[in-house]
Design a protein around this ligand. Structure first.
Ligand SMILES: C[S@@+](CC[C@H](N)C(=O)[O-])C[C@H]1O[C@@H](n2cnc3c(N)ncnc32)[C@H](O)[C@@H]1O
Length: 313
């Protein structure tokens, strides 16, 4: 099930959390409102009224523009005098957190634990530079390709070379299919150039990507879903095709199991004879799982460190 843009005012909770701070580093109230865009069903941090929460705890994202945007929105959502705690691994933005919060006019108290920098502060009445940080991280159309995107989503300001190679290699598809981990919708747009395609579901874990995809893919044959592609939340079966550039990073570290889980999901979603079109970095170990789950597996292109697989169920 997906709950899109749940309003933060739907809950009476007075505290919120963004992401999944390690339990050893933060105590989060059991009823805290989750605000992360990469946890489907979360409330939207952007939609929080100013001063909505008495306390907010955040595992800050690694990208600088995304982190400043998120910090700004979170500071706006905390009431003056309320408690704000932000943390990050030292090498994923943690070393810059204290300075970034000081630039907003805050006086954080910093501690170091388990490779994280943890900044706690009482939210001052005035926050400096809030509007600029929010504008810098907001959704926008990226030229020259003219698509909506936002700092923080995958390859947010350029077309990933693997994605571009898959889009160029795809044959004319037909029938019904899914783009697993659709990002801003570039692959789905390529798929939908074929009139023989009847329907494409675009699924991504990141609400910001789904929101951008919805603006980028306005074809009536397309449907967007904010969901985890690796579990059964989005019912998929009997499909003619799956296209995917699967993620292989989770929280910044390489996680090959994520890509393998995408392949398993693709296999269960396809009808007999249906095709998976997948791009992967050449070094990723997908051949075994593809061979186990599909009748035929062919490498259709290989370029710039990427491989394109066509696997038939
Ligand atoms: C390598 S990117 C590809 C994005 C897009 N298809 C493209 O080619 O530009 C992988 C995408 O998968 C999404 N993702 C990561 N884990 C996911 C999951 N469990 N379920 C659905 N999408 C996920 C990421 O947010 C990201 O947009």
């Amino acid at each position: 099930m997906t709950i899109e843009n749940l309003s933060p005012s739907d809950s009476a909770a007075t505290s919120a959390v963004y992401g999944t701070p390690p339990p050893a580093l933060a105590t989060v109230a059991p009823d805290a409102v989750q605000l992360s865009p990469t946890i489907p069903g979360s409330a939207s941090l952007e939609a929080c009224d100013a001063g909505r929460f008495a306390a907010l705890t955040m595992l800050s994202p690694p990208g600088t523009v995304e982190r400043r945007y998120t910090l700004a929105l979170a500071l706006r959502a905390v009431e003056p005098g309320g408690l704000f705690t932000a943390m990050a691994l030292k090498d994923r933005g943690g070393s810059r957190l204290k300075k970034e919060l000081e630039v907003f006019g805050c006086a954080p108290y910093e501690t170091v634990k388990a490779h994280h920098r943890i900044c706690a502060l009482k939210r001052p009445a005035e926050i400096v530079g809030l509007d600029q940080a929010i504008a810098d991280g907001a959704p926008r159309v990226i030229e020259p390709f003219g698509l909506w995107s936002q700092p923080g989503v995958f390859s947010w300001d350029r077309i990933d070379p693997g994605t571009a190679l898959l889009a160029r290699t795809l044959p004319t598809l037909s029938g019904k299919g899914v783009d697993l981990g659709c990002g801003i919708g570039y692959l789905a747009r390529a798929v939908l150039t074929a009139p023989s395609v009847q329907h494409v579901t675009l699924i991504d874990l990141d609400r910001r990507a789904v929101d951008a995809a919805r603006l980028n893919v306005t074809d009536s044959r397309a449907q967007t879903l904010w969901a985890d592609a690796t579990n059964g939340d989005a019912p998929l079966s009997g499909l003619d095709f799956v296209v995917t550039n699967p993620p292989f990073h989770d929280g910044g570290s390489e996680d090959r199991r994520l890509g393998q889980a995408f392949i398993r999901r693709a296999a269960s979603a396809l009808r007999k004879g249906g095709a998976l079109w997948l791009v992967a970095n050449r070094h990723l170990p997908y051949e075994t799982v593809l061979g186990d789950l599909f009748t035929t597996v062919e490498v259709k292109a290989e370029q710039g460190g990427y491989k394109i697989f066509e696997a038939r169920k």
